[in-house]
Design a protein around this ligand. Structure first.
Ligand code: HEC
Ligand code: HEC
Ligand code: HEC
Ligand code: HEC
Ligand code: HEC
Length: 388
């Protein structure tokens, strides 16, 4: 699908033609769907994309978009529901342009979750972000309950890249329970994926699990010209141009950039990028989570990042998930302490750009989680020389 789109986009100068072509491809795919298909690329009947308003430079935007993840109908993000034939409303908000428009009432419906499941096949199409009604949206509700003020282009990114859980979700599940008592009613809480909007809001967004009595870095505003999503990401290709960074940093490679003179990971090395400190501490947290599972929760745990719910039981400690009837057994000995730390560990990992979006919030969450787990294990936490 993606490979097909690029030549189409490159050849087209007018959108109606591309829409017609894309709908042709869609018809081929629709034969396997169980429901009457809706067009993938929903275009307004009038508005910014009426043919006479489309200038030739559009082809550049279309081609960039066609190469991005947003247009990749074959990715898991957009094909996950193909067998089911439709996308549940709660998922469609972010996994289909049609669901997104319905959620914000841009399709004439009342704002809120779509009233019924949304047909499969949608991607983040042009009208997801180019919609006259979008400018009227001034706040976006985030998973911890806050209404975050947005301007212009950011409403769309903040809606879909906010994740699906917050620190409060973890508190609600664990409040009043013994910190180190395995509780079969607890299960892993997944922050979801590509959560850049959540991480960038930091402590103010409260999307990580924030330990009582600790202070957290707030929204990471970076520096003035690069303070919103589209100032770094081309909104069509989604790529970040290294040139953007070179105005202020010596390197355009995000993984190499560092400003802090403090060694957060205790290595004493401040020549490497801040990403390396986050990675080193996250690795430690992953390891101590395993140790805690075995020694305190009483069941060795195995983590498989490619498979939901990610944490599995490994009773014999052989480094492979236990199987019952050929199926891996989910880890079920969660204690509140372990759930909080595992949530933070996954939260930091769920934003691959967290070193740029909010490095300090990431470091704080990992530090606090490590410190909390170290207690009952009797680990010499101070001896690690970590800095928060
Ligand atoms: C309707 C929901 C939605 C909106 C709106 C949205 N995204 Fe996405 N975004 C996604 C999904 C879903 C993916 C994963 C796509 C995939 O796996 O192919 C994604 C992927 C990405 C990626 C990963 C790069 C890639 O090529 O896979 C970046 C970066 C990104 N989005 C940035 C943005 C920015 C910046 C905005 C606002 C201008 C935005 N997104 C608006 C849902 C959305
Ligand atoms: C707040 C927006 C949002 C909601 C609501 C949402 N998702 Fe997602 N989801 C995303 C984004 C963004 C990604 C893109 C991750 C990436 O870059 O590959 C994603 C990715 C996924 C993936 C692919 C994960 C992978 O490993 O690549 C699956 C599966 C998924 N979501 C399932 C669901 C299900 C099921 C629901 C409903 C119960 C749901 N999502 C609701 C935003 C959302
Ligand atoms: C994820 C959101 C998103 C998607 C999807 C998207 N755009 Fe855009 N587009 C933007 C943003 C944000 C800007 C403004 C960029 C800026 O100001 O630098 C923009 C700018 C443009 C512009 C330039 C407008 C101007 O006044 O300079 C055109 C033309 C355009 N987009 C066309 C398209 C077309 C065609 C598609 C579909 C193939 C598309 N866009 C998909 C977010 C998006
Ligand atoms: C200061 C520049 C900057 C800002 C502002 C910014 N990003 Fe990023 N973002 C990056 C960089 C750099 C990466 C890492 C890219 C890489 O390593 O491939 C990244 C990574 C991402 C990714 C993961 C891409 C992947 O490969 O999976 C997503 C999604 C994303 N950003 C979305 C957003 C959203 C949404 C916003 C606004 C809330 C935002 N970004 C704001 C620079 C920025
Ligand atoms: C206008 C100047 C400016 C631009 C452009 C800029 N940055 Fe920054 N960057 C800063 C400043 C200032 C800080 C420190 C902010 C703070 O800690 O509050 C920073 C911090 C960072 C950090 C965290 C470093 C640390 O040690 O805490 C990373 C990573 C980073 N920038 C990456 C990028 C990337 C990648 C780009 C390009 C997409 C970029 N920056 C563009 C000024 C800029």
């Amino acid at each position: 699908m993606r490979r097909l789109l690029i030549p189409i986009a490159a050849l087209c100068v007018a959108l109606p033609a591309i829409v017609a072509l894309l709908q042709d491809t869609r018809e081929g795919a629709a034969q396997t769907a169980t429901e009457a298909p809706a067009p993938i690329y929903v275009m307004p009947k009038s508005g910014p994309f009426a043919p006479e308003q489309i200038a030739i430079p559009q082809s550049e935007y279309i081609a960039a978009w066609a190469r991005s993840g947003h247009s990749d109908a074959s990715s898991v993000s957009f094909s996950y529901w193909n067998q089911a034939g439709s996308i549940p409303p709660v998922c469609a908000v972010c996994h289909s342009g049609m669901g997104f428009r319905s959620f914000h009432g841009l399709d004439g419906s009342a704002p809120g979750l779509p009233a019924k499941p949304v047909p499969v096949g949608g991607v983040v199409d042009c009208e997801t972000c180019h919609n006259a009604g979008l400018a009227a949206i001034t706040t976006i509700a985030m998973p911890n309950g806050i209404s975050h003020p947005v301007s212009g282009g950011e409403a769309s990114c903040m809606t879909c890249h906010q994740g699906r859980a917050a620190g409060a979700t973890v508190s609600r599940a664990t409040d009043g329970k013994g910190e180190d008592v395995p509780d079969p009613t607890l299960s892993f809480i997944n922050p979801h994926y590509s959560t850049a909007a959540a991480t960038s809001l930091g402590g103010y967004g409260g999307m990580g699990y924030q330990y009582p009595g600790k202070q957290y870095s707030g929204r990471f505003l970076h520096a003035r010209p690069v303070s919103n999503c589209a100032s770094c990401h081309d909104p069509h290709s989604l790529a970040v141009a290294e040139q953007t960074c070179l105005t202020c940093h010596q390197s355009g490679n995000a993984e190499e950039i560092r400003i802090s003179r403090i060694s957060f990971d205790g290595s004493g090395d401040t020549n490497k990028g801040i990403r390396a400190d986050i990675d080193a501490n996250a690795r430690r947290l992953g390891a101590i989570l395993g140790e805690y599972a075995a020694k305190v929760a009483g069941v060795p745990m195995f983590y498989d990042g490619s498979r939901h719910p990610y944490f599995f039981a490994d009773a014999n400690g052989d480094g492979v998930a236990d199987l019952i009837d050929g199926k891996p057994v989910a880890f079920a000995a969660w204690t509140p302490r372990m759930l909080k730390a595992a949530y933070n560990w996954k939260f930091v990992a769920s934003d691959p750009g967290i070193h740029v979006h909010n490095p300090h919030y990431a470091l704080e969450l990992i530090y606090d989680s490590l410190q909390d787990l170290a207690g009952p294990l009797g680990t010499d936490f101070a001896g690690l020389n970590l800095v928060r």
